[in-house]
Design a protein around this ligand. Structure first.
Ligand code: ATR
Length: 494
C-alpha cells in the first residue's frame, strides 16, 4: 500500500492534498502534530471526509513531530480523534501501559484497550534519525508484542545498512504485517522496493511538495511500487550522487510498454563490493553505473567487450547465469549518433574537449573508426595521457579556438555549461564556422551556450539528451532483450 502522509496545518488543506493524490494511493496518515490547535477537535470527522483507510498519528517532537505538547495532553488528543473511524493508530513503542491512560469526563480510560475494543489496529513505532540500530530485528519482534503492527523508521548511511533492511523479511518471517522505512537518501531504494523488504506500506508525500521523500505520483506512475511482487525483476542505477538520474524515466515506462514485470530503481552506492552482495541477495538482474563507479566496477565483471576494456569504464552490467557481463553504452550510443556523418565523410577530424571518463569513450570510438582526434583539457597531463593511449594529439584548453576551421566535429565531454553553471562556455569561444557537427554531453540545460553558438553559426547539433537517451535505449536492450519501444518518449534534461 502507498500511504500519503498528510502534514497540512488545517483539515481542509489535508483534504485538498488527499484529493490531489487520491489516484496514486490506497491509504493516508493524518499527522495531528502538523495541525493548528484549533483544528484538533474536528480531526475525528476526518475519516468520513477521506473515504479511505487512515492512520492517526501525533508524532512527538523527539520523533520528528512538528509541535511540542505535554504528554498527557498528546494522548488525550489522540484518544479524542481516535473516536472517529481511523483504521490504525500509531503509538510509540516505548509508551508503557500507564502512559496510555487518560481522563475524560472525570473517568479514567486506557487508550490501548479502547482501540482494541473498537477493532482499531495499533501500530507500535520506533524512530532513529541517525542510524540503523544493530538490534533492529529484535526490536521489530519486541514492537509486535500484544498483536501490534511494528513500525521501524531508521536511517541507513551505507550499502551495508541497506542490506540490513533487505534482510528483515528473511530474519523475521513470522511477522506478516510490519512497517519498515529507510529514511534519507540511502533509504530511497528501500522505500520504492518496500514490498521486498517486507513492509506492508511505504509512506510518500504530496506530489507537489518536492521535499526529501518520494512523492505519491512518482511512486505510483513511475515506479508502480505497489505492484512489485516476488517475480518482479529488479534493475537499477548505482552512483553517488544518483537520485537526480533520469534513467528511471527511461527504463520504467519502457518495461511496462513491453509488459515486462520489472522495476528500475536508483541505488545510492558508496562502494561497489557491498552493492554486488546486495545485488546477489535481492537478485538484481542488471544495473547502470554512473559516477564515480564506472571504473571501480570493472574488476567484478566476468565478461567485457575488448573496446570497453580499453576505455576502462563500464556503464552497464547484466546478470548472466555464471557472471556479471558488462558493456559501455556511452561508447556505442556516441558512435550511433555520429556514424552516418563518419560514413558520409562529413566528419574526418575531431576536437574533443575534456579527458575524463566520457572523453575516453568518445576518443576510443573515434579512433577505432580512424578519425584523427585532438584532445583539449583543463589539466594538460590528463589530455596528454589519453592522447598517448589513443595515438591522438593534445593541446591546452586555452588553445581550443585555434582549431576553428580545422576540425569537422567538436565534442564537449566536460560539465562546463551544466546547471548551475549555465553561462559556462565549454568551447572557450571557439568560432564555429557552421560546417562542424557540434556535440555536447551536457543535457541540463538542453540548449547550452556551446550548442547555442554552434546552432547560430549553422552547425548540425547533437544534444546531451540525445546521447543520454540513446545510451539508455542500448541499456534497455541489454536488460530486456527487446528494442526500446518507439511509442515511449521519456522526458529527460530540460
Ligand atoms: P566524466 O566521467 O563525466 O567524463 P570526469 O571523469 O570527472 O567525468 O571528467 C570530467 C572532465 O571535465 C575532465 O576532463 C575535467 O578536466 P580535468 O581533467 O582538468 O579535471 C573536465 N572539467 C570539469 N570541470 C571543468 C571546468 N570547470 N573547466 C574545464 N574542464 C572541466
Amino acid at each position: 500500500m502507498l500511504c500519503l502522509t498528510l502534514t497540512g496545518s488545517s483539515l481542509d488543506e489535508d483534504a485538498h492534498i488527499l484529493e490531489r493524490n487520491r489516484n496514486y494511493i490506497s491509504m493516508a496518515e493524518l499527522r495531528l502534530d502538523a495541525l493548528d490547535a484549533s483544528e484538533l477537535p474536528a480531526a475525528k470527522d476526518f475519516p468520513r471526509r477521506a473515504g479511505l483507510p487512515l492512520i492517526l498519528t501525533f508524532r512527538r517532537k523527539a520523533d520528528g513531530g512538528l509541535r511540542s505538547v505535554p504528554e498527557k495532553k498528546r494522548i488525550a488528543f489522540l484518544a479524542d480523534a481516535a473516536q472517529g473511524g481511523y483504521a490504525y493508530v500509531d503509538l510509540e513503542g516505548d509508551l508503557r501501559k500507564a502512559d496510555l491512560r487518560y481522563e475524560k469526563e472525570g473517568a479514567r480510560h486506557d487508550l490501548e484497550a479502547d482501540l482494541k475494543a473498537r477493532g482499531v489496529k495499533i501500530i507500535r513505532s520506533f524512530h532513529d534519525f541517525k542510524s540503523v540500530p544493530d538490534n533492529i530485528y529484535d526490536l521489530i519482534v519486541k514492537l509486535s508484542k500484544g498483536g501490534a503492527i511494528p513500525k521501524v523508521a531508521v536511517t541507513p548511511h551505507s550499502v551495508a545498512d541497506v542490506i540490513t533492511l533487505f534482510r528483515v523479511k528473511k530474519e523475521i518471517p513470522l511477522i506478516k504485517d510490519m512497517i519498515v522505512v529507510g529514511m534519507g537518501d540511502w533509504g530511497v531504494c528501500t522505500r520504492i522496493l518496500y514490498k521486498r523488504i517486507g513492509s506492508m506500506l511505504s509512506y510518500c508525500c504530496d506530489s507537489s511538495s518536492g521535499i526529501g521523500q518520494i512523492d505519491a505520483k512518482t511512486m505510483k506512475t513511475l515506479y508502480h511500487a505497489d505492484e512489485v511482487d516476488e517475480r518482479t525483476h529488479i534493475y537499477g542505477v548505482i552512483g553517488n550522487p544518483v537520485l537526480h538520474s533520469s534513467s528511471p524515466q527511461i527504463h520504467n515506462p519502457a518495461f511496462r510498454a513491453i509488459h515486462y514485470n520489472a522495476i528500475y530503481v536508483p541505488f545510492l552506492v558508496d562502494d561497489v563490493r557491498p552493492f554486488l552482495r546486495l545485488a546477489e541477495m535481492i537478485q538484481i538482474h542488471g544495473f547502470s553505473v554512473t559516477i564515480p563507479h564506472k571504473r571501480a566496477i570493472i574488476p567484478y565483471i566476468g565478461h567485457l567487450p575488448r573496446e570497453v576494456m580499453k576505455i576502462g569504464a563500464c556503464n552497464t552490467v547484466v546478470h548472466t547465469a555464471r557472471m556479471w557481463r558488462g558493456t559501455n553504452t556511452d561508447y556505442y550510443a556516441f558512435l550511433s549518433l555520429v556514424r552516418s556523418d563518419i560514413e558520409s565523410g562529413r566528419i574526418k577530424s575531431a576536437l574533443v574537449i575534456g579527458a575524463g571518463g566520457a572523453a575516453r569513450a568518445v576518443v576510443f570510438a573515434l579512433r577505432n573508426n580512424l578519425i584523427p582526434v585532438t584532445i583539449v583539457n583543463r589539466t594538460a597531463e590528463h589530455a596528454q595521457y589519453l592522447a598517448r593511449e589513443t595515438l591522438s594529439s593534445w593541446d591546452t584548453l586555452e588553445n581550443t579556438p585555434k582549431y576553428a576551421g580545422k576540425v569537422d566535429l567538436v565534442v564537449n565531454t566536460t560539465s562546463v555549461g551544466m546547471v548551475p553553471d549555465e553561462d559556462g562556455d565549454a568551447s572557450m569561444g571557439f568560432p564555429f564556422t557552421g560546417k562542424e557537427v557540434a556535440f555536447d554531453f551536457v543535457y541540463k540545460p538542453r540548449e547550452t551556450v556551446f550548442l547555442k553558438k554552434a546552432e547560430a553559426a549553422g552547425c548540425r547539433c547533437i544534444h546531451g539528451a540525445d546521447q543520454l537517451l540513446e545510451q539508455g535505449k542500448l541499456q534497455f536492450e541489454e536488460f530486456s532483450g527487446y528494442h526500446y519501444p518507439p511509442q515511449i518518449h521519456p522526458e529527460i534534461g530540460g
